[in-house]
Design a protein around this ligand. Structure first.
Ligand SMILES: *Cc1c(COP(=O)(O)O)cnc(C)c1O
Length: 374
């Protein structure tokens, strides 16, 4: 039987031909395709400013700079995310202050945010795990009341909505990823969505060495920008993907629905929140009943692999990594993130999957759990 990976990009022939055209054009780095992608993204995000980046990590680093996060500042975030979320805070010289996640949504627990705010808190950095949006009404209510910037790590949120509005079309600074595994991709890539003109200008400079080109042909540099620009090769892939965003999201929703229909509810697995309004179903993550199993998560993943099915782990709780332990975080600090991070597995979910693939995954999970009951 064919190997079923946990995700796989869907790239059409028109896009592949388009990339070949870029390669033949004589201009392969940032150029017309990047400008067109930024235009299409801006349109998608309701006319807001958009700057394409070589990654969402770069977009987050720039967002922290734009928001004025400085050494010694604190940024409140979730311990349950891809480690980029907290790494960028450290790289800005600031401290990531973790707040435990909600047991159901697996997103930062908004009830606990205020308790973590100190005089040094500069920004909130929430993550929409698996494309299930953090409650934007409550998030921005707290941010406004406490005078904090919000940097949305919406890396996984392309195509997600909140109350009918597209994530990215409102709010403060929003970082989106076009990494190969995300809902639409440019291979590697991402973007930052902004509103303020001066901040957009700063973002543009921080993206590429701080260089400003003057009308007389001269250049000026006033900030030490980095190297975060997207290539036209990548942007052309992104343009080819934009056309499919709605189709992809719809297909993901249908596949997720099928998981809920077919999943063996007696297996003891905990399924994600069944949100078919806002979530873009970036991933389908279940928590394994490991306490009642004779094998650990590694054993489960291996057993799935033997059945030709790929499984991911998104993510181990970050505060347990050595780097974060050195900041003073310890096991037991964030029980929900640790429980979820210790038992979560990501099952295959991508637009190119067949309905029958979902059935095959569900059958394999049921079988492995049944055969390895304690
Ligand atoms: C993918 C991801 C990132 C990083 O995106 P890149 O484009 O790979 O830099 C950051 N945060 C979260 C939550 C992600 O899923």
């Amino acid at each position: 039987m064919d190997y079923l990976p946990f995700t796989r990009p869907s790239i059409d022939e028109e896009t592949i031909a388009g990339v070949a055209d870029v390669l033949r054009s004589g201009w392969i780095t940032s150029g017309p395709c990047v400008r067109q992608l930024e235009q299409e993204l801006s349109q998608y995000f309701g006319g807001r400013e958009v700057r394409a980046m070589s990654s969402a990590t770069g977009a987050l680093e720039i967002a922290l700079s734009v928001a004025g996060v400085q050494p010694g500042d604190e940024v409140i975030t979730t311990p349950l995310s891809w480690v980029a979320t907290a790494n960028v805070v450290l790289r800005a010289g600031a401290k990531p202050v973790f707040v435990d996640v909600d047991a159901d949504t697996r997103n930062i627990d908004l009830e606990r945010i205020e308790g973590a705010i100190t005089g040094r808190t500069r920004a909130l950095l929430p993550v929409d795990m698996a494309g299930l949006p953090v409650d934007r009404d409550r998030l921005y209510e707290v941010a406004r009341r406490r005078g904090l910037r919000v940097i949305e790590d919406a890396a996984q949120s392309m195509g997600a909505t909140w109350g009918g509005r597209r994530i990215g079309s409102f709010g403060d600074l929003v970082a989106i990823s076009f990494h190969a595994n995300k809902n639409i991709t440019s291979g590697e890539g991402g973007c930052l969505v902004l509103t303020d003109a001066a901040e957009t200008d700063l973002c543009t400079r921080l993206r590429l060495q701080g260089v400003v080109r003057l009308p007389d042909g001269n250049q000026e540099v006033e900030v030490a920008g980095g190297k975060h620009n997207l290539t036209d090769i990548a942007a052309r892939i992104g343009l080819g993907q934009m056309k499919y965003l709605e189709t992809f999201t719809e297909r993901r929703r249908l596949l997720a629905r099928r998981y809920f229909e077919r999943f063996d509810t007696d297996s003891g697995c905990v399924l994600p929140v069944a949100d078919f309004a806002n979530c873009n179903w970036h991933m389908f993550q279940v928590l394994l009943p490991l306490a009642r199993m004779r094998i650990d998560r590694g054993g489960f993943i291996q057993a799935m692999h033997q059945r030709g099915i790929g499984v991911g782990v998104h993510y181990p709780a970050m505060h347990l990594f050595g780097l974060y332990r050195k900041l003073g975080y310890n096991p037991g600090d964030f029980p929900q993130a640790e429980r979820i991070g210790g038992t979560t597995v990501t099952l295959p979910l991508f637009p190119g999957m067949a309905d029958a693939d979902v059935d095959r995954v569900c059958a394999a999970v049921t079988e492995i759990i049944r055969d390895n009951k304690q």
